[in-house]
Design a protein around this ligand. Structure first.
Ligand code: NI
Length: 134
């Protein structure tokens, strides 16, 4: 773990009250912990905006009986082979499949891939979770 630094922060009463409510709702153990997450999140957003590398996961469910859907999903994934690290496929029931696609690239590439998969007929739900690449 890197060295810890302490600094004082001055806030208006209404703002710190609202922050404390947020901390309690999110079950943070301390203000420091909550503040660290906010700072990390903001720096990550900056990284996305500047085209830095991000890593993440696309989680989607689809009906594999839909005509041509499997071929379309595969074609799209092959177009993004440099962005996709790995995929995991789970047969949920007779109709439905769950796929988890681990991705790494610029936020633009990753979002483009997620959008192209999401709009295919037969894809029931898709969510994209982006984290820092390092
Ligand atoms: Ni399946």
């Amino acid at each position: 773990m890197s060295e810890l630094y302490r600094f004082g922060v001055s806030l208006e009463k209404t703002l710190i009250d609202a922050f404390d409510r947020h901390i309690s709702e999110q079950h943070y153990k301390s203000r420091s912990e909550a503040l660290r997450d906010l700072i990390r999140e903001e720096l990550l957003k900056k990284q996305w905006r500047e085209g830095g590398q991000v890593a993440g996961a696309i989680v989607m469910t689809y009906d594999h009986h839909k005509r041509e859907l499997l071929n379309q999903l595969l074609d799209i994934q092959h177009d993004f082979q440099e962005t996709i690290i790995s995929t995991q496929h789970v047969h949920l029931d007779h109709h439905h499949c769950l796929e988890i696609v681990a991705v790494r690239g610029t936020a633009d590439q990753v979002e483009k891939l997620a959008t192209q998969l999401k709009v295919q007929a037969g894809v029931k739900h898709l969510s994209l979770s982006i984290s820092t690449a390092g």
